[in-house]
Write a protein that binds this ligand. Structure first.
Ligand SMILES: [Zn+2]
Length: 544
């Protein structure tokens, strides 16, 4: 006996399915799509329940966030110190902080409310590129507390500021020789820590309360609540150590009957030796379900452009800052790429600067020469400064790209004036160039780096408008249809999931978002004003 059939009716259904691009009725059975079309869907499959609660709405495929991080669900247990206002999982709107003094004031307020003097004070979302004048130092944080450990994470996720107590516990001193300890003109440590080596050491001394805390089920529920609210039905967790604790939380949360999200965790390759990593993936894949899919691997090659830690080709940073950091030595990167590629694993590789992208494309080329492999879909993540030549090589090698379109709004002005200068900033997150080269394109938020909201990400790629209201690189704008593909079907393609999600077609999961307006029909500048009424995940309705 087949399960019951429900037919959802909408004003219009945008399917992203080429053989039936526009519809009004969608029939769902057993969590999957049975048919998409017109009124004939009502009786095409036997008796059906007619559901017209979305009769005035627009249905699109559930959005696929190809680059997000589930730690976003944990961040809100810390103090928000970001420049832009931001909404917490419970819907609370937190104001943005426009000066260092505002940041310090919020830290003082939080510090005063903490009863246990040994509990570290952790803040996140700090974005000093927006502040003129001197950088925040350990002395500024010591003035908040000289006794309590204080850690302020930058919004990029690639830099921390800490106070003197943390530096003492971590064993950092003026004569430390570690990469990533920032010094002032006199050679003294400033309390700014760049890159995984020194950040990891600081986070370990702050213990379980640090920014490297393990995932738990409530955090994953919070993460799912945030993503569901903006229409996402499939989301990556694109850098997970996949410790036993994290895996247990992922399995428990996604097994809850009302969990509204399909999660795709990527294993942080450098947590393991290659043989251990391969064994870990093989073991975890046996636990894959419809809502939890292990199997992809993440590598991080450089830092962030706005933190001046990305690796750039000549002529380097526009403001003269020194070139950024290799997070993995080039030879070691080659060894990881070759081994995982040869084992048939798909790689998602973070490259922000163009030197990092070019080096990684070289490595993929070497790996493919040694082990030809069709349909690998290795994906460069961010790949923000790639030019046409890099995109053409990626196309020739069968690679995909997931560009960081939200950057255009949040840091576009800083890229024009400080990091890239006016010429190169025009090709930041060059969506049109990637499509012209024929590369499968996704676009992303990198939440918690910027808030997850695929309609906003679409708006960024379509309009390329910065926070100051200027257009950055008008020739790299893409159409609303291209942008919708980049947050649905083509984002699914970069995860080898386009057979299951990303469009509304027979046999796929019944995952969709219900909007109040059609993103392909509104004025392009109005795309980010579209409201999400509900998501449907595996046929289950979650109304906002
Ligand atoms: Zn990321």
């Amino acid at each position: 006996m087949p399960g019951p059939t429900r037919v959802f009716i909408a004003k219009q259904i945008v399917t992203m399915n080429a053989s039936m691009p526009i519809a009004t009725h969608i029939a769902v059975r057993e969590g999957r799509i049975l048919g998409v079309g017109g009124a004939e869907m009502l009786d095409a499959f036997g008796p059906a329940t007619r559901d017209d609660r979305f009769g005035g709405g627009i249905i699109v495929p559930g959005f696929v966030e190809g680059h997000g991080h589930a730690v976003d669900g944990l961040m809100w247990r810390n103090v928000y110190a970001g420049y832009f206002p931001r909404t917490a999982p419970d819907g609370t709107r937190h104001s943005g902080l426009q000066t260092i003094a505002d940041v310090i004031a919020r830290l003082r307020q939080a510090e005063a409310a903490m009863p246990d003097p040994d509990q570290p004070l952790i803040a996140w979302g700090f974005d000093p590129i927006y502040f003129d004048g001197p950088r925040m130092t350990a002395a500024d944080l010591d003035a908040v507390s000289a006794r309590r450990m204080i850690v302020v994470g930058h919004v990029s996720g690639h830099i921390l500021n800490v106070n003197s107590v943390v530096m003492a516990h971590a064993g950092f001193s003026a004569d430390s020789n570690l990469q990533g300890l920032v010094r002032d003109a006199a050679g003294a440590l400033t309390g700014e820590l760049q890159g995984p080596a020194v950040m990891g050491r600081a986070s370990r001394v702050t213990g379980d309360a640090g920014l490297l805390r393990s995932l738990d089920v409530p955090a994953l529920r919070d993460f799912a609540a945030m993503t569901r609210r903006v229409g996402v039905t499939t989301c990556t967790d694109l850098a997970n150590a996949l410790t036993d604790d994290n895996v247990a939380a992922l399995r428990a949360a996604t097994a809850e009957p009302d969990f509204p999200l399909r999660l795709v965790p990527a294993m942080r390759a450098r947590e393991y030796s290659v043989p251990e990593g391969l064994a870990r993936i093989a073991d975890l894949k046996r636990h894959n379900t419809d809502r939890l899919r292990f199997g992809i691997v993440k590598l991080v090659v450089d830092g962030s452009i706005q933190g001046f830690t990305a690796r750039l080709r000549w002529p380097g940073y526009h403001n003269g800052a020194p070139n950024g950091l290799w997070y993995v030595a080039p030879a070691e990167l080659g060894a990881f790429v070759a081994a995982y590629h040869a084992a048939g694993i798909q790689l998602h590789i973070h490259t922000n600067g163009d030197e990092a992208s070019e080096l990684t494309v070289d490595m993929i080329g070497h790996a493919l020469a040694a082990h030809p492999r069709p349909d690998h879909r290795h994906t460069l993540q961010h790949c923000q400064m790639a030019d046409e030549a890099i995109f053409r090589r990626m196309r020739a090698l069968g690679m995909c790209v997931n560009l960081f379109a939200n950057h255009i709004y949040y840091w576009g002005e800083q890229h024009r004036t400080l990091t890239m200068g006016p010429a190169r900033a025009a090709r930041l997150d060059a969506c049109a160039a990637a499509l012209a080269a024929g590369i499968p394109l996704a676009i992303h938020s990198d939440t918690p780096v910027t808030p997850v909201d695929p309609l906003f990400t679409m708006w960024c790629a379509v309009n390329r408008v910065t926070a100051a209201g200027n257009v950055l690189g008008a020739r790299e704008r893409i159409t609303p249809y291209q942008a919708l593909r980049a947050v649905t079907l083509d984002a699914a393609y970069t995860l080898h999931l386009d057979h299951a999600v990303g469009s509304l077609d027979v046999g796929k999961f019944a995952d969709f978002a219900v909007l109040d307006q059609n993103p392909l029909a509104v004025e392009p500048m109005a795309i980010h004003d579209i409201k999400v009424h509900a998501t449907v995940s595996g046929g289950e309705v979650f109304e906002n």
